[in-house]
Design a protein around this ligand. Structure first.
Ligand code: SF4
Ligand code: SF4
Length: 446
């Protein structure tokens, strides 16, 4: 089946006009504002804390290092470390300790935290080392450490693909960032191209996203190895497998590098440039706060570590007594049981929606097959759900459950509004766990 035919992609209502083109608000880092940094990484590995209560820090001071990938984390405010507190961690999915920093409101920036490189002469080795030193991670939601994609590449890389597609409904943070920072995106793309010794860097964004074509035509003028392409407005066009196939007509099994492509998010590319050439690590980011249950949807430039509740308040507060708050876009992120979690570098959105009236829908699976017809990974989501319910992990292997990209399309198209994608996501987690214990047919010792 061709994933670019009518199946496997869907034009879905974008709702992007809610924030499109509106002036970006700054979250004011006033004296007394507290920011929180989880001491546990999204994959539940520990972060080594480098500061203690009473220490003074500046914007950009290194305060923690992830112990799994060695990725440093930097303070987003200037002020004092005032302690540790347990609060909900949306990335780890549980309550964890958070380091608390109280701002002095001065926004003083630490100098010479990062080694600055010369943009023209930096070598591939220097660029990769710089990306690691700066703790650059994927800022499109995934949060995967960028240096890992470039270290020890075993395949010849032809192209770097800079993903600015932002195909999920409501999200406009990448779009707004790209309009304002096209030069930095292009320079970051050029650095990443050189890091992989690739022939070209290709910046992708959706067709008719004015003025992106205009600003990038201008921004790439002096960069002969950088081009941009406009791709159809469909979901999940931003999924790496879909996008690589759309642009290069190539397929791969696990990682795009297998077919000569490395993919990075557009905002990430700009932060590569900022960190490596200007010495500015990730301390702030643009967050879309939108949905039909928030009063004044906006894009907010916020210091990392600000609680979600503060951004919701800045966007006018909730509409209605009951809302669904998601830490990310509506298709791929999970609903949270509290708004006490904090903005982490990879978090591009807070989506606030009115709850569905389930009484309007059928209560059970209609066996209509819509979820299977639209799955871009060619899976049978409802069968995966049934196998999960039956704890049949061999069947989950046979069904290829690990290939689910967690796009949420199966839930979106389901006429009964069954949360099929929740089940496929849980199936992946549980299957991986069973495989790690050698408890599935592919992993049992003969
Ligand atoms: S969430 Fe997974 S199973 Fe559902 S449509 Fe997307 S890829 Fe397919
Ligand atoms: S789309 Fe919903 S109702 Fe139709 S088969 Fe899938 S889970 Fe069942």
């Amino acid at each position: 089946m061709n994933i670019f035919g009518s199946k496997g992609k869907q034009h879905i209502e974008g709702h992007k006009d809610l924030t499109h083109g509106l002036e970006v608000i700054n979250f004011e880092d006033n004296s007394g504002v507290k920011v929180y940094f989880p001491t546990v990484a999204p994959n539940n590995s520990k972060n080594e804390v480098l500061v203690k209560t009473g220490d003074s820090v500046l914007v950009g001071s290194k305060i923690m290092v992830r112990t799994d990938w060695g990725v440093p984390i930097f303070s987003s405010v200037s002020g004092v470390v005032v302690g540790v507190e347990r609060r909900h961690n949306s990335c780890a999915g549980r309550v964890t300790e958070h380091l608390i920093i109280e701002s002095d409101g001065k926004g003083e920036r630490a100098e010479n935290v990062l080694t600055k490189l010369d943009f023209e002469s930096a070598t591939a080795e220097q660029i990769i080392a710089g990306i690691k030193e700066a703790g650059i991670i994927g800022l499109g939601g995934a949060g995967f450490p960028t240096h890992v994609k470039y270290s020890g590449l075993k395949c010849k890389i032809d192209s770097i693909l800079i993903n600015g597609v932002e195909c999920e409904p409501y999200l406009t943070s990448d779009y707004e960032f790209m309009v304002e920072n096209a030069d930095e995106v292009v320079k970051g793309a050029e650095l990443l191209r050189r890091a992989a010794n690739a022939e070209e860097a290709v910046i992708a964004f959706k067709v008719k996203k004015d003025p992106l074509a205009e600003v990038f035509t201008e921004a790439i003028k002096n960069y002969p190895h950088v081009r941009f392409v406009e791709v159809p407005d469909a979901y999940p066009m931003g999924w790496e497998k879909t996008l690589v196939n759309q642009i290069f007509k190539k397929k791969y099994k696990s990682l795009p590098a297998e077919c000569g492509v490395v993919v990075n998010n557009a905002t990430t590319a700009a932060f590569v440039y900022r960190a490596l050439v200007e010495g500015r690590p990730i301390t702030h980011r643009l967050v879309t706060v939108s949905g039909d249950a928030v009063a004044e949807p906006r894009n907010i430039l916020t210091p990392v570590g600000v609680p979600a509740e503060a951004l919701i308040e800045l966007a006018g507060g909730y509409v209605g007594e009951e809302v669904i708050l998601q830490a990310g876009g509506p298709m791929t992120s999970k609903a949270q049981r509290t708004d006490q979690f904090v903005i982490q570098p990879a978090m591009n959105a807070l989506t606030v929606l009115k709850p569905l009236d389930y009484k309007k829908y059928a209560v059970e699976c209609l066996r209509c097959g819509e979820c299977t017809l639209h799955c871009p990974a060619h899976l049978q989501p409802v069968e995966i759900k049934l196998a999960l319910d039956a704890k049949d992990f061999d069947r989950l292997e046979d069904l290829g459950a690990l290939n689910c990209c967690e796009c949420g399309l199966c839930s979106w198209v389901c006429p009964s509004k069954i949360e099929v994608s929740d089940a496929t996501s849980r199936a992946k987690t549980m299957l991986r766990f069973q495989q790690s214990r050698g408890m599935t047919k592919s992993t049992k010792k003969k």
